[in-house]
Design a protein around this ligand. Structure first.
Ligand SMILES: [Zn+2]
Length: 175
């Protein structure tokens, strides 16, 4: 569950470290080069702890490869093959923007709740109704496409009706 920011930087949700299930804010950028053969080229944003843990020196890397022949064991990267740096100003601004997402969603009310479900890929109960990421995505797409007057009409509907209308209009009712 990661997100590509406008600059191309890959980060976890809410500007977090890109390592699985890490809740720490990302503050170090690692650039993956074609030579490193990591299967990805976009820079990724990690927390300090994960950079230390995952990007090891050549000696440690070779020792790990020997111990875990066949690719078993925790995945580590050979530090010398990557560029590890502070985020650029643009990247730092994007990460800060992501970190402020909860505040933006809270300020946007109902639509903010739907945006949050989409962004975090987690179904949440909105006014008693469990809304999944797929349905919330339809709600956000519809809201963003509507003009001011229709937004107000749609926002005045109960959650069940909002979802039904959004799914019908945006997705043609199909999954
Ligand atoms: Zn981390």
């Amino acid at each position: 569950m990661e997100k590509t920011l406008p600059s191309g930087l890959e980060a976890g949700p809410l500007g977090r470290c890109v390592a699985s299930f890490c809740a720490a804010p990302a503050n170090i950028v690692v650039t993956f080069s074609p030579q490193a053969m990591a299967g990805r080229l976009q820079p990724r944003a990690y927390c300090n702890a994960h950079v230390e843990l995952l990007f090891v020196d050549d000696e440690t890397y070779e020792a790990r490869q020997r111990t875990h022949a066949g690719g078993l064991g925790p995945h580590v990267y050979q530090r010398s093959k990557y560029e590890i740096r502070e985020p650029s100003d643009a990247e730092a601004a994007e990460l800060a923007h992501e970190r402020a997402a909860e505040e933006r969603w809270a300020a946007e009310g109902r639509v903010g709740s739907y945006r949050r479900i989409v962004e975090l890929h987690s179904a949440v109960t909105v006014e008693g109704l469990l809304v999944d990421a797929w349905t919330a995505g339809a709600c956000v797409a519809l809201y963003d496409a509507l003009n001011e007057g229709n937004r107000e009409r749609w926002l005045a509907m109960p959650v069940a009706q909002q979802c039904e209308v959004a799914v019908r209009l945006v997705m043609g009712g199909r999954r």
